[in-house]
Every structure is written in structure tokens, then in C-alpha cells.
Write a protein that binds this ligand. Sequence first.
Ligand SMILES: *[C@@H]1O[C@H](CO)[C@@H](O)[C@H](O)[C@H]1NC(C)=O
Ligand SMILES: *[C@@H]1O[C@H](CO)[C@@H](O)[C@H](O)[C@H]1NC(C)=O
Ligand SMILES: CC(=O)N[C@H]1CO[C@H](CO)[C@@H](O)[C@@H]1O
Length: 497
Amino acid sequence: MVIAWLFLLQFAAALGSPCEERSGAWLTDRDEFLRTDEPKYLQGLHVACFWQQDHKLLLEAHMNGVREEKPLQAEFESKALNEDWRSFRKALQSKMRFTKATNEWGNFHLKQPFGIFAESGHRLGSSAEVLAAGLVLIMEGGQWFWPPVRVGYLRRLQGTPYQLETQSVQPVVFRVRGFLREEECEVIIAMGKSNMSESPVVPMDIHKPDLDAKEYRTSTQARISSSESPLLQELDLRISNLTRVPVSHNEEVQVLRYRLGEFYAAHNDNFDPEFYQTSVDYIDKGHRNRLLTVFWYLTNVEKGGETNFPRANALPQPQDVHSCKDGLKVRPEVGTVVFWYSLRPNGNNDPNGLHSGCPVEDGQKWSANYWVWNKPRSFEISMPDAEVDDEYSGEMSVATEEVQAANNITVVFDNRHSYPMYLFWKPPDRDQEAFMGVVKPKESISMLTFPGHVWHLRAGADQSSQLIGAQEINDRPSQQVFLLSPEEAYEPSAGEL
Ligand SMILES: *[C@@H]1O[C@H](CO)[C@@H](O)[C@H](O)[C@H]1NC(C)=O
Ligand SMILES: *[C@@H]1O[C@H](CO)[C@@H](O)[C@H](O)[C@H]1NC(C)=O
Ligand SMILES: CC(=O)N[C@H]1CO[C@H](CO)[C@@H](O)[C@@H]1O
């Protein structure tokens, strides 16, 4: 019997890693990604398993959080076992072939080092720790990111009574019921009540200077610092344990009251450097950003007041930011929190994080926003692994390319005009277009697309603005460049600029 077991174990090791089963809990099936306009994986989240055999260190990794039939396999020199952290990380990064350059933001020296975590969520800091852990999660964006696995997936948080329940894969949304006790909710509401003022909106560059915040947001709010309340200090720790992101990364709690009819139109919580040029240095050109939002429901609401994710279920960017009709709707429920990611695991924007507070139709809604950044809030705190970061870089993540769909085409829109152009993807079966980005004057933007896709160029960021041009992507070649030159006979009217 013992001999048979030994034989089986050896056989298993010869076939592949002894970690297959362990990886399972961290992988999301490709079919769970419903969008057709985005890659079907979790950018920059890698599940890697290490084991030793015949004095060799072997690695098997599922790249970008999806189950691969043939995971990446690599072998390290035996001396890697004794190597310092910097060399180990470097070896790992080159075996797994990922780089910092995963978006157009540049300034990759401002992007934080990738993070290596045990399954417990603890950040690892030596090759010995990695070997002891066996299975690790590597986050290119530097911070822990919960893999969604599939809608309805339940994950118990070890050592706590809480369960993460996946609500959506794109965006990545989780719900935790009973996270706050009712008495705690009452205390927080009381603290908020004594200090309410109208909720502001952080204006984007493209908003008119006379932006009327009331068109977008009608709640009242109070910001309360944790230093004012032992309860909030305890919640900081509870939430940090939930998100696996240190307390030093959170903003003050923002307590919100929505009365009858009050709402917050659809918006993203993170700051896309494209639209926040005026504060681009503060946000490290995009690399310092809001990573996730933990939203607290402090009361039940008789009717309405849901949190709506209009891009969930593969829906396009909505034209009407006030509509709460489509997408995922999460009902307020006292003591429940939902949290969602505004960035992808590699630190890029995730436009799917678009969300709104639907109008309260009956009763009153008390809730709170708790924003967690990908870097510490104090500029004095240095990032983990900063001293060992090698400034690794490159054109594009090779690992990322490998898992992308075939037939892809890189298209470049080169804007020779002196005004910005707004790029929309026109789905074949719908009138509603998906806003994909801005081509700034005298700059170009590149996008991954597919043959047959139709792109619209417009004068403004909403679909009703003037159509300047349309471009259908043809079969060949795999890189297509469209020059948007002034001769192309388009003169914007004064009102559009
Ligand atoms: C979260 O809290 C539980 C219970 O106290 C503890 O066992 C666990 O180690 C914590 N996890 C992290 C990542 O802090
Ligand atoms: C695009 O598809 C080709 C196969 O046609 C594949 O070899 C390549 O890696 C893909 N590249 C990207 C960027 O997806
Ligand atoms: C409890 C609390 O947050 N108090 C604040 C109320 O608002 C004033 C000014 O807006 C702050 O100074 C208090 O700290």
C-alpha cells in the first residue's frame, strides 16, 4: 500500500506539479469573462506554484488568473534557492515574462513593484518564504487582489466569520453580509448626522468649469477621520483584513445620506490620468490611484437606492449616466458591505468599475464610502520591495500577449488635429456605442481590436456628439494605422471645443 502511494506520488510529480488542486481555488474560468471587447482574463494576476525535485526548483504558473490547459512551466537553477530577494524576483519575472509596461501611461518608474503573496494574503519578502508557501499569488499592480472565480462563488475568510460572495467578474464585485453589526451602523450614522454637507463631485478636465454637481450627485455627506472614533479604528483593521491592503492606504470614511429621490449618477472612483491632467502629478501619472471601494450599507432601504454597475453582464458603456435600468444591482441591506475594484490587478484602469447610486424611491439610505488606494496615503511611507525593484520594463508584457485571442489587430489612431477626438466602439448588434478613450491633439492611441469591428470618432465624450469619422477594421495587416488629418474635411463648430 505504502509502495503504491509512493509510486502514485512520483507519477504525479512526473506528470506535473503537485499543486494543481491548490491552484483551483484561485483561478477563474475563461468563460466567466463575458465581454467581447476585452481580454478574457485578469490582467497581471498570476498563480504560481513551486516545488523542489532532484535539487531543482520547478515552477508552474497560471498566468493572468485563468485556468490554462498548459500552464507555464519553468525550471530554476538550484542556486536560486539561496539567492537574495532581488535576484529571485528578477529570475521569476524573466521566467514569467511580465513587464511594467501594460498601458499607455509611461513613467513606469512611478509604478510600484509587483507583489508576491501567500494564499493567506500575507506579503512575502524572501525566496525562503516563497518556497515555504509553495503556492503564491503574484500581483503586477503590487497589491492583493481577490480573484472572482465565478459569480456566486463563496470564499470563507480564514479566521473570521465572513464570506466573500462574488457578485460579478467584470467588474470584480464582492458582497460580504453581516460585516457590520447593526449597533455599529447606528453609531456611524450618528457621527455622520452631526456633520453633514452637500456631496461634491471631483471634476474631470472635460467637465465644463460651471459643472453643476447637482446634475450628478444629490446626496449629503460627512467625512470622518478614524482618529475621532475607536469604532472606526477597529473597522480600519477589519477592512484591511478583508481587502489584504494595509490601513495606511485608506481615505477617511465618507458617510452618505440619500433622501427620497437622491442619487449619484454613474461614475468611476479612480482617476484616469487622461482625464485628470490637472492633478496628474499627485496621482503619480496614474500609478497612484484608488484601487477599490468598500461600500457600507448602514440601513435597509424600502425601495430603490441600489448600487448599480451598468457595465456588468457585458453591457457597453451606458449613454445615460442616470439610468439604473441595466446591469448588476445590489440592494442595500443593513450591515452588508460590497467592494469592487477600480483598477485591474496590474494597476491599469478598469472601466467596468463604473457604478451609480440609484435614486431612493421610498425611505432613506445611509451608507458610507471607504476608498482604498494602491499606494499609502502618506508620501512618506515607502512601498514594499521598492529597494529591490529592478526597473524591469519592456514593450508589452509577453505573457499577456500569449493568452490574447488570435486574429487580434493593433490599430493606431493618429490625431493630427488640434483638438481631441473621442473614440467609440460601435457594436454590430446595438445602437449604443462604447466609449473607449480620447485621442489627444497631435497624439496617437493604440487599441487592440478585431476584424469587422467598427470604430467611431466623435467630437465629444458622449455618443450624441458629432460623428467625425468611422473606420471598419479589415482582415489584414495586423497593425493598422489611421491618420486623422485636418484634410479629412472636418471643422468642429465653436461649441464643441
Ligand atoms: C485576518 O484576521 C484573522 C483573524 O484574526 C487572522 O487569522 C488572519 O491572519 C488575518 N489575515 C490577514 C491577512 O491579516
Ligand atoms: C494576436 O494574435 C496572434 C495570432 O494571430 C498571436 O500570435 C499574437 O500573440 C496575438 N497578439 C496579441 C497582442 O494579442
Ligand atoms: C466628527 C467630525 O467629523 N467632525 C468634523 C465636522 O466638520 C468639521 C468642519 O467641517 C470638522 O472640523 C470636524 O472635525
